[in-house]
Ligand binder design. Structure first.
Ligand code: BES
Ligand code: MN
Ligand code: ZN
Length: 497
């Protein structure tokens, strides 16, 4: 990850110099001094570029000095009155995107004194660093022919500010998050021939070194627990299923844990209800929910969160095969409820049914949040802007919505109710695994709810947010790592002692 440091304001002697600008009003001190020393060159460049200081604007000057610093970047922060955490994250991300493979190895951002309503002292500088660290991510593991000029070059960033000690303290809480977002993106990006359930579990096992408990259950143990729904999905694959149980006990010993459950379908062909070929390669990231749960638990351990949490990863591969389950098969879940599998492509809910049941049975959690790339329908509803939120508890739903706003990882609450649930009636078993096409994300949530006892529960359908085929402020096109920030914030704001 990008190496971040904080220091007092002082003209950097090498690398890229970044200064900030606001829309309207006076120049920032660093910009004014730099422009004076460069005899007006910066001001003329901004004018030529029609730079106004809008958030998201950036102008770059190459080699303005005869010796020393190699370039100057001016980045817009928008209007002074409208500054918020996301403004600084976006600016940091913009700088990182611009410099990542520029040939530059070090950059210094000169952040003059800022006052932003609602932001703690030190937060602007820390959020700049956070945005840059999040954006400075590449996955080059399988590129053997990268030319020198295509390789990532940016290694370190110093943020100069007047809040060095406060910013360092805040960064200590943000660095584990950024680092775990990268961990999640790696898992999500790996192809399914490399990252199958056993390998996923092996990589998560390494988190024991951080003080997390990591238990791995195989098919035999799961069979004993009666997990016929999860195992039914896995039975068409030569890759064995795994259930990973992560525990972090940073809270009081008697406090009930928070439970996080992730769908980990390492590849989803649809099974016998085979998906069409176009875009099927995307289904390598159908394990995104499990990756986020692993990333969250990693974050909690790294920052030694004062909370008890358990993470469950339901890891399978959904393949068509002579041994695969058939449409119409009836499976018995760990809860004892029977399910008629009408469509083998609605497999995520089958995995979650057993994983959600297991975590309640064993850990008696105070709440459950499950995350899953569950339905294509949620992408039709919300595109890539929000995850779908389904919940039986208004307070938990509100807390998640607020955390989403604070961390720029939005959730949008969707309705639930008996009118939807009744579509799951089966002629032969307790329920079927699909409803009609209409409201497909909602009936999927209703299905999961049938395995939730009397406990606050939220389901996040993250099919639209795990992977985005367009670069944005804090990620390149590809895996986003969505969810780590959201859930870390939920825990930090409400469940730490
Ligand atoms: N993993 C898919 C959902 C998905 C689709 C995620 C596209 C990301 C992008 C899930 O297992 C699935 O196949 N869902 C079906 C459900 C249907 C059979 C009721 C879907 O959404 O079509
Ligand atoms: Mn599917
Ligand atoms: Zn799936």
């Amino acid at each position: 990850m990008l190496k971040i440091s904080f220091s007092r304001l002082a003209r950097p002697k090498t690398g890229a110099i970044v200064v900030t600008a606001y829309k309207g009003g006076a120049r920032t001190p660093s910009l004014a001094v730099l422009d004076r020393d460069l005899r007006g060159m910066v001001g003329r460049a901004l004018k030529s570029a029609r730079f106004t200081g809008r958030a998201g604007e950036i102008v770059e000057l190459l080699q303005p000095f005869a010796r020393g610093p190699s370039r100057v970047l001016v980045v817009g922060l928008g209007e002074r009155a409208k500054l918020k955490a996301a403004t600084f994250e976006t600016a940091g991300g913009l700088v990182a995107a611009r410099l990542l493979s520029s040939g530059e190895s070090h950059a210094s951002i000169m952040l003059d004194q800022v006052e932003a309503a609602g932001l703690a002292a030190g937060e602007p500088a820390a959020r700049l660093a956070f945005g840059a660290a999040l954006r400075a991510y590449r996955f080059d593991a399988y590129r053997t022919k990268l030319k020198a000029e295509e390789k990532a070059s940016l290694k370190s960033l110093s943020v100069q500010c007047e809040t060095v000690s406060e910013s360092r303290r805040l960064w200590a809480g943000l660095e584990p998050v950024a680092d775990s977002v990268h961990f999640v993106r790696d898992l999500v990006t790996e192809p399914a021939n490399i990252l199958y359930p056993e390998e996923f579990a092996r990589r998560v096992k390494e988190l024991e070194a951080l003080g997390l408990g990591v238990e791995i259950l195989g098919p035999k143990e799961m069979k004993k627990l009666g997990m016929g729904a999860l195992l039914g999905v896995a039975q068409g694959s030569v890759r064995e299923a795994r259930l990973v149980v992560l525990t972090w006990n940073g809270g009081p010993p008697d406090a009930k844990p928070l439970a996080f459950v992730g769908k980990g379908v390492c590849f989803d062909t649809g099974g016998i209800s085979l998906k069409p070929p176009g875009g099927m390669e995307d289904m390598k990231w159908d394990m995104g929910g499990a990756a986020v749960v692993a990333g969250l638990m990693r974050t909690l351990a790294l920052r030694k969160a004062k909370a008890n949490a358990v993470g469950i990863l339901g890891l399978v591969e959904n393949m068509p095969d002579g041994n695969a389950q058939r449409p119409g098969d009836v499976v018995t879940s760990a809860s004892g409820q029977t399910i008629e599998v009408i469509n083998t492509d609605a497999e995520g809910r089958l995995v979650l049914a057993d994983a959600v049941w297991y975590v309640q049975d064993r850990f008696k959690p105070q709440l459950i949040v499950d995350l899953a790339t569950l339905t294509g329908a949620i992408i039709i509803s919300l595109a890539h802007e929000y995850a779908g939120l389904f919940s039986n508890d208004d307070e938990l739903a509100r807390r998640l919505s607020e955390a989403g706003i604070a961390e720029s990882e939005g959730v949008w609450r969707m309705p639930m109710g008996d009118a939807y649930d009744k579509h799951l009636a089966s002629a032969i078993a307790d329920m079927k695994n699909v409803g009609p096409r209409e409201g497909g994300s909602i009936t999927a949530a209703q299905f999961i709810q049938r395995f939730v006892k009397d406990v606050p529960w939220a389901h996040l359908d993250i099919a639209g947010t795990v992977w985005i085929n367009e670069a944005r402020a804090l990620h390149d096109k590809g895996a986003t790592g969505y969810g780590v920030r959201l859930l870390n914030r939920l825990v930090a704001d409400h469940y730490e002692t």
